[in-house]
Design a protein around this ligand. Structure first.
Ligand SMILES: Nc1ncnc2c1ncn2[C@@H]1O[C@H](COP(=O)(O)OP(=O)(O)OP(=O)(O)O)[C@@H](O)[C@H]1O
Ligand SMILES: [Mg+2]
Length: 607
C-alpha cells in the first residue's frame, strides 16, 4: 500500500519566481486598497516603535537630569501614547493583511474548484484524489502564510532595519560602528545555514505529503485493512513514514533553533560591547547616558527582524512551490468541451448512431474496435456481453465522458462533438454501474439533475421505480438524510434511488448500466413492469447481465472483446445458437425454449 512519492511534491523551486508572482498579481489586484491600507498602518507601527527608544533618550538626558517633574510626566505620557498608537495600528495592519490573504484564497479556491468540475474523465483517471485534495487545501493554505506572516512584514522589517541603522549612525556613529561590528558574522552564518534549512524544509514537506497519501488510502480502505487483518502491518508502515517525518522536522528544528540562538547571542555580545565602549565614553563625557540607553533599545529591536527575515525565506519558498502546482493544475485544459459554434436543437428525437467507433483509454490498448449501430427513436435496445467487453465504455462515449478515437457518434444525425455539452447531457439520462449518492436528503438526490423539481414529481419518480416503499419507512421519508456516498443505504436501495434520479431528469434517451443487478427478484419484476411504461416514448439502452431483464427489448446486441458480434431479437438470437444462446443456457440451465422466460427466479451469470 506504500505509494510512490508524488513527484510534484518533491519540486521545491526558487524562493522567488517573477513569472509566478506576475500571474498571482491578477488575484491580488482586487485587494490593492487593503494592501495599501496595511502598508500604511505598518509604517505607523514602525514609526511608533522607532520613536520609543528616542523618547527614552530625551527623558533621561533632559527632564530627569534637570529634575523636571512635569517634563518627566509629559514624556512618559508620550511614551504611553506611542504604545497605544502602535497597538491600534498593529491590529489594523494584521487584520487587513489577514483579510487580503483570505480573500485571495477564496478567489483561488473558487477558481480551482470551477476548473476541476470542467475537466474530463481522462484527467481524473490520471490524477489521484489525494493529490487534488492537496492542491485545494494545503497548497492554497501556504499562500495564505505568505500574506499573514509575510510580504508586508518583510517590507516592514527591511525598512525598520535600514531606519535603525540610520538613526544609530545619526545619534553617534562611533557607537553605531561598535553595535554593528558583529553583523558580518550574522550574514556569514545565515548564508551557510540557509541551504541547510531549505533542504530540511523540503524534506518535511515531502514527508508530510507521504503521510497524507498513506492516511487517505488507509482510511478509505479501512474496511479491507480490518477484514484482512492488516492493522499491524499498516500501523508499522505508518510508523516508518511517521518517524521519517519527525526526523525531518527535528533536523529543521536543530538548524532553526541554532540560528535563533546564535542571533540572540550575537545580539547580547553586541550589547556587552556597547556597554563597555559606551560606558568608557560616558566616563569621558563623550556620550550621554540617554544616548546609550536609546542605543541599547534600538539594538534589541535590530536583531528580531533579522531573525524574522530568515524565517520568511522558507515561507516564500513554500508559497512559490504551491503556486507552481496550483497553476499547473489550472493550466490543464479540458479535453472535452462544447464546440464554439454550436447550435442548440430542440428536444432530441432520441435517434442514436455509432459509426465505426474505435476507442482506447489514454495510451492503452484499444477497447472498442469499430462499433457501428443505429438505435431508432423510441427503440429499446439491450446490450449483453462478458465482463470487460466494453459495454460501459460505449455509454461513456455516448455522453462524451471520453471522445472517440476514430469514427463518430451521432444523435438525430448530428455528431455529438458538434452539440453543446450541456444539451447532449440534458438529452441522455444515465444510471451508472456504481450508484453514487450525495450527502443531503432522499429528495435532493432524486432531484439531483433538476433541483427545481416539485415534490410530487420526485415522489412520482420514486413510486415508478418502487423505491417509495422503503423510502416511506425511513424517518422523515423523502427528507431522510443521506450520508456521504449514500453509506446508510443498501446497494439495492441506492440502485433504486439512482433509477429515480434518472427518471426525474426526464431525458429523451435513457441509459441503464446493469439495470437491475442489485435488487431482489421481486423488486426486479416490479421494475420491469414499470419500465415498459417509463421507457415508452424514450429511446433506451439497457445493459444487463441478467438476461431476464432484457428479453422484452426490441433488439439485443451481444458484445465480445470490443465488437458487436450478434444482434437481433431474443427469439432470433436464440435461433442463431451463438453466444447469446449459450449465455441463455448457462443462465437458465435448460435448453432454450426460444421464447420469453417463464421462470424469472433464476440464478445470475457470475460476472
Ligand atoms: N478508466 C479506464 N482506464 C483504462 N482502462 C479502462 C478504464 N475503464 C475501463 N477500462 C478498460 O476497458 C475495457 C472495457 O471496460 P468496460 O467498463 O467498458 O467493460 P464492461 O463491458 O462494462 O464490463 P462489466 O460487465 O464488468 O461492467 C476493460 O478492459 C477495462 O480494463
Ligand atoms: Mg460495465
Amino acid at each position: 500500500m506504500s505509494q510512490p512519492a508524488q513527484h510534484d511534491e518533491e519540486v521545491l523551486g526558487k524562493a522567488y519566481d517573477a513569472r509566478l508572482v506576475r500571474r498571482m498579481l491578477g488575484d491580488i489586484a482586487p485587494e490593492s486598497r487593503l494592501i495599501v491600507l496595511s502598508v500604511g498602518l505598518m509604517f505607523v507601527v514602525m514609526g511608533a516603535q522607532l520613536l520609543q527608544p528616542f523618547l527614552f533618550k530625551l527623558l533621561i538626558d533632559d527632564p530627569i537630569l534637570r529634575g523636571d517633574r512635569r517634563g518627566v510626566t509629559l514624556l512618559a505620557l508620550s511614551y504611553v501614547a506611542t504604545l497605544v498608537v502602535e497597538l491600534a495600528a498593529r491590529f489594523g495592519q494584521l487584520y487587513s493583511m489577514e483579510l487580503t490573504g483570505q480573500n485571495v484564497i477564496l478567489r483561488l479556491r473558487h477558481r480551482v474548484f470551477r476548473h476541476l468540475v470542467s475537466l474530463d474523465s481522462s484527467f481524473f483517471d490520471r490524477y489521484a484524489v489525494g493529490r487534488l485534495m492537496t492542491r485545494v487545501t494545503t497548497d492554497i493554505e501556504s499562500l495564505a502564510d505568505l500574506f499573514t506572516s509575510g510580504v508586508v512584514s518583510l517590507l516592514g522589517d527591511s525598512v525598520k532595519l535600514l531606519a535603525i541603522v540610520g538613526i544609530l549612525l545619526w545619534l553617534d556613529w562611533r557607537l553605531a560602528c561598535v553595535a554593528f561590528a558583529l553583523t558580518p558574522v550574522l550574514f556569514l552564518l545565515s548564508a551557510v545555514l540557509r541551504g541547510r534549512i531549505r533542504q530540511a524544509y523540503r524534506d518535511v514537506r515531502r514527508r508530510i505529503a507521504r503521510i497524507n497519501a498513506y492516511l487517505q488510502e488507509s482510511i478509505s480502505g479501512m474496511l479491507l485493512v480490518q477484514l484482512f487483518r492488516r492493522e499491524k502491518v499498516s500501523t508499522k508502515e505508518f510508523d516508518v513514514i511517521n518517524s521519517d517525518h519527525r526526523d525531518a522536522e527535528l533536523s529543521s528544528v536543530v538548524y532553526e533553533s541554532g540560528f535563533s540562538a546564535i542571533i540572540e547571542l550575537v545580539g547580547n555580545v553586541a550589547i556587552a560591547l556597547m556597554l563597555w565602549y559606551g560606558g568608557g565614553q560616558i566616563l569621558k563625557s563623550a556620550l550621554t547616558l540617554g544616548t546609550l540607553v536609546a542605543f541599547l533599545e534600538y539594538t534589541s529591536r535590530f536583531f528580531g527582524p533579522i531573525r524574522d527575515l530568515s524565517g520568511f525565506y522558507a515561507v516564500l519558498q513554500a508559497a512559490m512551490a504551491s503556486l507552481e502546482r496550483i497553476f499547473a493544475l489550472l493550466d490543464e485544459r479540458p479535453a472535452i468541451t462544447s464546440p464554439t459554434t454550436a447550435s442548440r436543437p430542440a428536444r432530441s428525437y432520441g435517434r442514436i448512431e455509432f459509426d465505426g467507433v474505435r476507442f482506447a483509454y489514454g495510451s492503452g490498448d484499444e477497447v472498442l474496435h469499430g462499433i457501428s449501430l443505429r438505435v431508432e427513436s423510441g427503440e429499446r435496445v439491450a446490450i449483453v456481453g462478458a465482463t470487460g467487453s466494453g459495454k460501459t465504455t460505449l455509454i461513456k462515449l455516448l455522453v462524451r465522458l471520453y471522445d472517440v478515437s476514430a469514427g463518430a457518434i451521432r444523435i438525430d444525425g448530428t455528431d455529438i462533438r458538434m452539440l453543446p455539452l450541456s444539451y447532449l447531457r440534458r438529452q441522455v439520462g444515465v444510471v451508472l454501474q456504481d450508484h453514487f449518492l450525495f450527502t443531503g436528503s432522499i429528495a435532493s438526490n432524486i432531484a439531483f439533475g433538476a433541483p427545481t423539481l416539485p415534490r410530487e414529481r420526485i415522489e412520482d419518480a420514486a413510486r415508478a421505480v418502487h423505491a417509495s416503499d422503503f423510502i416511506r419507512r425511513l424517518p422523515g421519508d423523502f427528507s431522510a438524510a443521506v450520508r456521504e456516498r449514500g453509506g446508510n443505504f443498501s446497494v439495492g436501495q441506492k440502485q433504486l434511488l439512482s433509477f429515480a434520479r434518472a427518471l426525474a431528469y426526464d431525458p429523451a434517451i435513457l441509459v441503464l448500466d446493469e439495470a437491475t443487478s442489485s435488487v431482489d427478484t421481486e423488486t426486479e419484476l416490479l421494475i420491469q413492469g414499470a419500465l415498459g411504461r417509463l421507457l415508452a416514448g424514450r429511446t433506451s439502452l439497457v445493459i444487463a447481465h441478467r438476461l431476464s431483464t432484457i428479453v422484452g427489448a426490441d433488439r439485443i446486441l451481444v458484445m465480445h472483446h470490443g465488437r458487436i458480434v450478434e444482434a437481433g431479437t431474443h427469439r432470433a438470437l436464440l435461433q442463431e445458437r451463438g453466444i447469446y444462446h449459450r449465455l441463455y443456457q448457462l443462465q437458465f440451465g435448460l435448453e432454450a425454449p426460444g421464447s420469453g422466460p417463464a421462470t424469472l427466479a433464476s440464478p445470475e451469470v457470475a460476472s
